[in-house]
Design a protein around this ligand. Structure first.
Ligand code: PGA
Length: 254
């Protein structure tokens, strides 16, 4: 089954890169990934870089994602961006529920339960982020946390559409810390998430792509990406340099 899923390597820039910096980056990235095959490539960029990156990546293999989105189409939500706004820019997808948004900006599972189906309806591919804190792992609560997040955030997605969602398992203790999950920890959690999706729909369980995120680097990518249930990576810090990101893409290539 795993071989039918095309891996996705997505670079999450977070709040990095002005438009000028983004242009330099994409010009460095495109030639480095143009000949790799068997892997989807995405960059998840600040709102202000979206239009320029969509234009510069057009016709290439690199897809452009936003990092957040409001669930309503429009309204009195100062500072927010809606799905139709992203779709009009021909953005390919959107990261939803990143742990930084959950922790620093009070993103709730209740909002995510609305955001995921809204993104799908707008033709945007959602990357839903889930993952436990260090305290939750130490307390043996990892599976409870994942069951809660996956259950609640995807509750309003029809079974037939579940396979179109990308899930990123990102243990919070591994994000930006240099402390990568062991292959066993990553595989175990991701297989658990896949089983949660399979319990709703066997077909969706086989289709859904589940990424690992948290201190992925060129040096550890190959080992993580070789694991049977891991269908790619969501890469933060190591995606900020085009050369380093391209090496991770290369590690996922067929
Ligand atoms: P990191 O971030 O690769 O810098 O740990 C991953 C993420 O937050 O998506």
């Amino acid at each position: 089954m795993a071989s039918e899923r095309v891996p996705l390597v997505a670079g999450n820039w977070k709040m990095h890169k002005t438009e000028e910096e983004a242009e330099q980056y994409i010009q460095a990235l495109l030639p480095r990934v143009s000949s790799v095959s068997g892997v989807d490539v995405a960059i998840c960029v600040p709102f202000t870089d979206l239009r320029a990156m969509v234009d510069s990546a057009r016709g290439s293999r690199v897809e452009v994602y936003a990092q957040n989105m409001h669930q309503e189409a429009q309204g009195a939500f100062t500072g927010e961006i809606s799905a139709p706004m992203l779709a009009e820019l021909a953005v390919h997808g959107v990261v939803l529920g990143h742990s930084e948004r959950r922790e620093l900006f009070a993103e709730t599972d209740r909002a995510l339960a609305q955001k995921v189906p809204v993104a799908l309806a707008a033709g945007l591919k959602p990357i839903l982020c889930v993952g436990e804190t260090e305290e939750e792992r130490d307390a043996g609560d990892t599976e409870r946390k994942l069951r809660h997040q996956v259950g609640e955030d995807l509750a309003a997605v029809a079974d037939a559409e579940l396979g179109a969602v990308v899930i990123a398992y990102e243990p919070i203790w591994a994000i930006g810390t240099g402390r990568v999950a062991t292959p066993e920890q990553a595989q175990e959690a991701i297989a658990f998430i896949r089983a949660l999706i399979e319990a709703r729909s066997a077909e969706a369980g086989a289709q859904v792509r589940i990424l690992y995120g948290g201190s992925v680097k060129p040096e550890n990518a190959a080992e993580l990406l070789a694991l049977p249930d891991i269908d790619g990576a969501l890469v933060g810090g190591a995606s900020l340099d085009a050369e380093s990101f391209a090496r991770i893409v290369g590690a996922a290539a067929a």
